[in-house]
Design a protein around this ligand. Structure first.
Ligand SMILES: [Zn+2]
Ligand SMILES: [Zn+2]
Length: 437
């Protein structure tokens, strides 16, 4: 979800130049066939992207192709540089050799992420992939920074440009290879939701932009004799640094711990609620330990008049089957809930209805009723969005209590306010008690 948004963002980055148009044209040609050829020939079972072994195969393919492309460019430019006695072409060759670095890092990351869980890392090594992506992001920033430095020094000490057909040819060849490599990584990255491949995509596009800028200033110089090299470089450097920064931000999110994707939230919730004997769920928390490796906890509501051993048996079965079917290590906490007592059902209905009117973005769960001599105590948890300030939370509680006391002055509320772990959760009232299985 979030992933896709980020992808679009980095694409926007490159509009302004004619990169988007280039990518589109590129994809319509033989490039798609080439990607399909590589995927079908080198990845066994390539549709089963949720399997760790298949993911790894994708990662290995992408990095090997990346290493190959860069080493190819290196060899080509080195030979040309030596034959032509051109220092700049030779230097450019070594630049490509260092570009192979991000592919090597991605290869190591993918390989390390594949390692199964062990004594020291019982949650597996899936997060290694995020760390690899972070390192590539820093490499992208470094490219931008170097370009920035060079551009500044060119502003103070302008260099004479040499408009040579051979250097333009080499630069164009570089752009072609890098463009293909970038699109290839983006395709595979989208397919297996890989942050490191999206980082390599941005890395390649950074190279495409910097090289295009060099060609542009060479052409402008050739036609008009005006040297715009340094100023074009300055703008390009900032764009590339920003691209690196946004990848770093994007890959840091799962490392810091991010909110549950609403889609995954719904999937787990529905999965647990489909079992006979589970009345409802709330308080889902998901911890991500790398692509396709998650640990989660959820509260399951069970009728309070069912034997605790019976409910526990169901819950144990759900935990086991969630592991087998969803690949999620799920821990379920059991909440007994009233399903028959008319007074409790009525009060729960009143609270839910009132809250829905006051604030449809909030919800309640775990409601209990304790009858006292002169008062009726209503105890429940209220889930509010993260964005609410303490003031808003307090006012909402006050209005809720006030409204309930207007219904029945004996009502006394004990409210625990909590936050949801789902990102921008759809407003949803937990269907407690009466939902049909
Ligand atoms: Zn609960
Ligand atoms: Zn148990």
């Amino acid at each position: 979800m979030d992933y896709h948004r980020k992808t679009c963002e980095s694409e926007e980055l490159y509009s302004g130049t004619d990169k988007d148009a280039m990518i589109v044209r590129f994809e319509k040609n033989g490039e798609t066939q080439m990607t399909e050829f590589l995927v079908t020939h080198f990845i066994k079972n390539h549709e089963a992207v949720e399997k760790v072994s298949v993911r790894t195969a994708y990662g290995v393919l992408a990095s090997v192709v990346g290493i190959f492309c860069n080493v190819f460019l290196f060899g080509m430019k080195l030979i040309l540089g030596l034959v032509l006695h051109s220092v700049s072409v030779t230097a450019d060759a070594f630049n490509n050799l260092s570009d192979a670095g991000s592919s090597i890092i991605s290869f190591i990351g993918v390989k390390m992420a594949e390692k199964p869980a062990d004594e020291e890392h019982p949650f597996g090594h899936g997060r290694m992939e995020y760390i690899a992506a972070l390192i590539v992001a820093f490499l992208v920033m470094e490219v931008g920074f170097t370009f920035l430095k060079d551009s500044f020094s060119k502003i103070w000490h302008p260099e004479t440009l040499h408009f040579q057909a051979i250097s333009i040819t080499i630069l164009l060849l570089s752009i072609g290879v890098k463009l293909w490599l970038g699109v290839f990584n983006r395709k595979l990255g989208e397919k297996i939701q890989s942050k490191v491949m999206m980082a390599v995509f941005a890395d390649s596009m950074g190279d495409v932009i910097t090289t295009s800028a060099t060609i542009l200033s060479l052409i402008v110089y050739g036609l008009t004799g005006v040297n715009i090299d340094a100023f074009v470089g300055l703008g390009v450097a900032l764009v590339v640094m920003w691209a690196g920064f946004s990848i770093a931000k994007d890959t840091l999110e799962p490392l810091i711990g991010e909110a549950v994707d609403p889609e995954i939230y719904e999937k787990i919730k529905k999965y647990v609620e489909k079992y006979e004997g589970i009345v409802g769920t709330h308080d889902l928390i998901v911890h991500n330990y790398g692509p396709n490796r998650s640990m989660a906890s959820i509260h399951a509501e069970v009728p309070n008049d069912v034997n605790i051993e019976t409910s526990h048996e169901i819950i144990d079965r759900i935990e086991r089957e969630a592991m087998e079917e969803l690949g999620i290590f799920l821990v379920i906490h059991m909440d007994p809930i009233e399903t028959k007592d008319q007074q409790v059902l009525m009060i729960r209905g009143q609270v839910e209805e009132l809250l829905k009117k006051l604030d449809p973005d909030s919800s309640i769960h775990d409601l209990r009723v304790v009858n006292g001599e002169e008062q009726i105590n209503i105890i429940f948890d209220m889930v509010v969005p993260f964005r609410y300030s303490d003031e808003v939370k307090e006012r909402l509680q006050y209005e809720l209590i006030d409204g309930l006391q207007k219904i029945d002055p004996r009502y006394q509320c004990v409210i625990t306010v909590e936050h949801s772990y789902v990102s921008a959760q759809e407003a949803e009232t937990p269907k407690m008690g009466e939902n049909e299985k």
